[in-house]
Design a protein around this ligand. Structure first.
Ligand SMILES: Cc1cc2nc3c(=O)[nH]c(=O)nc-3n(C[C@H](O)[C@H](O)[C@H](O)COP(=O)(O)OP(=O)(O)OC[C@H]3O[C@@H](n4cnc5c(N)ncnc54)[C@H](O)[C@@H]3O)c2cc1C
Length: 417
C-alpha cells in the first residue's frame, strides 16, 4: 500500500495490491461510512456523509477498483437535475453546451429544434468523476483507489465488513453500495431489476470542420428496435455516438450502431474507444437497504427508464444515501439503524421512485408508439417545450404529470393506453 497526497492535501490511499496486511493497514480500524464505488453516486454519498451534521471526526472511506481518471461508457449528458445536485461550487468541466436537438425517426423525418437557453451540458466522464472524488476528499472523505471489493457481510457486533480481492477486509458502521449496475453490494441487498438494456458507444475523433458542424447540437434518433434510440453528443474535437436497446438483441444493437454511424457520414473516422455497458432499472418494490448497507445510483437500479439518464439519479440518491449513512453510523442500536434505513427508503421512493413510475409509463408507450413521440417532438410545440424544460431542470416528467398545463396534457396523450 502506498500513499499519495490528494489535491486538497488530504490522505489519498492507492493500492499497489501488495496485499500488505502488516497491521499498519491504512484501511484498518472501524470506519463510520464506507462507500463502495467512486462514480457520481459514490462520490456524492461520500461528500454528503463527510459533510453531514456532527461530521467532525466522522471517518468516511471511498473505495474504487479503478484509479481516476477512468473511462466510463456514458454519453456524459448533464441535464438540469444533475447540475442542481452537484456539491456547492462544483465547476462542471463542460465540453459543449447544447442549444439544439435534431430528431430523426430511424434516420428519417429530420427536424432540428432550437432553444435560446442552454438545454443541457456535455462532459467526459473521466474528468467529471475525478472532480467529484476531489470534492468528497475536500469534505473529509478518504479515497482509496485500486481496491476491488468482493462482497459485504453483516456481523452480530453491529458492524458491516467489506471484503477485498486482496484478502483484506474493512469494517464499517454503515456501507453505501455505489458500485454500478453490475455491483456486488446490490446483490447482497437483493436489488431486483425489471428492465435491462444494452448501451453501445463509440468515441469518434473528428476534424475541425465536422466538429464545427455539430457544435452546440445533439442528435436523437428513435430506432427501429423496440424501445431503442441513438445519440450523437459533441465534445469539442470528438463525438460520442451511441445507441441503447433492450438486452438480448446484441447483434441487432451492434448493427444499429454501425448503420447509425454510416448514415451520419462518420464511418470514415476511426473511433478511439468502442465500448458497451448494461443499464438496469429496479423494480418498484426492490429493496434499497439491508441491515447497515444502503445502495444508491446504478447499484440500486435507479435511473430514468425511458431515456436511461442516470447521472442525476446517481447524484441525488448518492447524496441521500450519504446523509442517511451518517445517521445509521451514529445510531445507538439495531432499532435505530432500522429506523434510519427506512428513512432512506422512503426518501428515495417519494422522489426518484415517483419519477421512475412515470418513466416506466413513458417507456411502455414509447415501445408501442415511437412515431407518436417523434411527431410530438418535432411537430407539437407544447411537447418540445415540456421536453426542453425537463432537460433544463425546470421540471421533471413526474412534475409534468402533476402540473395543470399543456405539458401535462401532452404527457397524458403520449402515455395513454
Ligand atoms: C451507453 C450509456 C450512455 C449513458 N449516457 C448517459 C448520459 O448521457 N447522461 C446520464 O445522465 N446518464 C447516462 N448513462 C447512465 C449513467 O452512465 C449511469 O447511470 C451513471 O454512471 C451511474 O453512476 P453510478 O455512480 O451509480 O455508477 P458508475 O458510474 O458505474 O460508478 C460505479 C463505480 O464503482 C466502481 N466499482 C465497480 N465495481 C467495483 C468493485 N467491485 N469494487 C470497487 N469499485 C467498484 C467502478 O469502477 C465505478 O467507478 C448512460 C449509460 C450508458 C450505458
Amino acid at each position: 500500500m502506498t500513499q499519495t497526497q490528494g489535491p486538497s492535501g488530504e490522505q489519498n490511499l492507492t493500492s499497489d495490491d501488495t496485499g500488505d496486511d502488516s497491521g499498519a493497514d491504512e484501511l484498518g480500524g472501524v470506519w463510520d461510512v464506507v462507500v463502495v464505488g467512486a462514480g457520481p453516486a459514490g462520490s456524492s454519498a461520500a461528500y454528503a456523509a463527510a459533510s453531514a451534521p456532527g461530521g467532525d471526526g466522522r471517518r468516511v472511506l471511498l473505495l474504487d477498483k479503478a484509479a481516476p481518471p477512468r473511462y466510463k461508457t456514458c454519453g456524459g449528458g448533464i441535464i438540469g437535475p444533475s447540475r442542481d445536485a452537484l456539491p456547492p461550487g462544483f465547476q462542471l468541466p463542460l465540453k459543449d453546451r447544447v442549444h439544439a436537438i435534431t430528431f430523426t425517426l430511424d434516420g428519417r423525418l429530420q427536424r432540428t429544434r432550437r432553444s435560446k437557453r442552454m438545454l443541457f451540458g456535455l462532459v467526459n466522464r473521466d474528468e467529471f468523476d475525478e472532480r467529484l472524488v476531489q470534492c468528497a476528499e475536500k469534505a473529509g472523505a478518504v479515497p482509496a483507489t485500486g481496491v476491488t471489493v468482493t462482497g459485504v457481510r453483516q456481523e452480530e457486533d453491529g458492524l458491516a465488513v467489506v471484503t477485498l480481492q486482496d484478502g483484506r477486509s474493512v469494517r464499517a458502521r454503515c456501507v453505501v453500495g455505489a458500485d454500478g449496475s453490475a455491483g456486488r453490494i446490490g446483490a447482497h441487498v437483493g436489488v431486483v431489476f425489471d428492465q435491462v438494456d444494452l448501451g453501445l458507444e463509440a468515441e469518434i475523433p473528428v476534424p475541425p470542420s465536422v466538429a464545427q458542424a455539430w457544435a452546440g447540437r445533439v442528435l436523437l434518433d428513435w430506432g427501429s428496435l423496440v424501445g431503442s434510440y441513438g445519440w450523437v453528443f459533441p465534445k469539442g474535437d470528438s463525438l460520442t455516438v451511441g445507441v441503447i436497446a433492450a438486452r438480448g438483441k446484441g447483434a441487432e444493437t451492434r448493427a444499429y450502431l454501425k448503420d447509425f454511424i454510416a448514415r451520419l457520414g462518420l464511418a470514415g473516422f476511426e473511433p478511439s474507444i468502442e465500448s458497451g455497458h448494461l443499464t438496469r432499472c429496479r423494480s418498484d418494490d426492490s429493496p434499497l437497504a439491508k441491515g447497515r448497507v444502503l445502495v444508491a445510483g446504478d447499484a440500486a437500479g435507479l435511473l430514468e427508464p425511458w431515456t436511461r439518464e442516470g447521472i442525476s439519479y446517481a447524484l441525488r440518491s448518492g447524496r441521500l444515501a450519504g446523509e442517511w449513512a451518517a445517521r445509521v453510523a451514529d445510531a445507538g442500536d439495531a432499532t435505530e439503524v432500522h429506523r434510519q434505513t427506512l428513512g432512506y427508503t422512503f426518501a428515495i421512493k417519494a422522489d426518484l421512485g415517483e419519477e421512475m413510475r412515470i418513466g416506466r409509463k413513458l417507456m411502455s408507450a414509447f415501445e408501442r408508439r415511437p412515431r407518436a413521440f417523434h411527431v410530438a417532438a418535432i411537430g407539437l410545440r407544447p411537447a418540445w417545450k415540456a421536453f426542453a424544460r425537463v432537460t433544463q431542470g425546470h421540471t421533471t416528467f413526474a412534475g409534468l404529470a402533476r402540473s395543470h398545463g399543456l405539458g401535462r396534457q401532452t404527457l397524458q396523450m403520449l402515455i395513454r393506453r
